[in-house]
Design a protein around this ligand. Structure first.
Ligand SMILES: [Fe+2]
Ligand SMILES: [Fe+2]
Length: 172
């Protein structure tokens, strides 16, 4: 039938014809998974270390974000499995977030805010790339990543607001 000769196989990204695309997508999702895991680590660190009255807002915000980023990691992991991939073990983990290491002074909140903005920006860039890759290939993954991207955009906007306050006071 003519309707079966369309560009996208009827079983979409799960079809044999799309095995190579699926492999590439699993690589992109695996990178996203590790980014979320590292963000969980960094946000736990930076929701505990900061000192001072001004740190409290940041601490509370990051405590909440830890839960959200963990949820993202789970969703990426689940999708990797659905695509017939296997989630790697911890020995495959490579840390990259140099900018979210503890500052010299634990009252240096600007360091933390800037680090969070950089982490969220990295996620936003990578997830936009996944969304683009999914176009015409995998609407289900695309839908999921759009949802996650919205969270990251919200996180970054919140911390841009924090940074704006410090800048207005000449502290950043
Ligand atoms: Fe996330
Ligand atoms: Fe985030």
């Amino acid at each position: 039938m003519a309707s079966e000769t369309t560009a996208t196989p009827r079983q979409g990204i799960l079809s044999d014809e799309m095995k190579d695309d699926r492999g590439q997508l699993i690589e992109l999702l695996t990178r996203a998974y590790w980014m979320e895991i590292e963000t969980v680590i960094s946000y736990i660190t930076n929701s505990i270390n900061p000192d001072g009255v001004r740190a409290q807002e940041i601490i509370e915000s990051l405590q909440q974000d830890v839960e959200e980023e963990l949820g993202h990691a789970r969703r990426f992991g689940q999708r990797i499995k659905e695509l017939y991939g296997v989630l790697p073990g911890s020995l495959d983990f490579n840390a990259e977030q140099s900018y979210l290491q503890p500052p010299d002074e634990q009252t240096d909140i600007v360091h933390v805010i800037k680090g969070v903005i950089e982490a969220e920006t990295g996620a936003i860039e990578h997830y936009n790339g996944i969304i683009e890759f999914c176009e015409g290939r995998d609407p289900v993954t695309q839908d999921m990543v759009i949802d996650i991207l919205r969270d990251e955009e919200g996180h970054r906007r919140l911390f841009e607001g924090f940074l704006g306050e410090y800048k207005a006071e000449g502290l950043a």
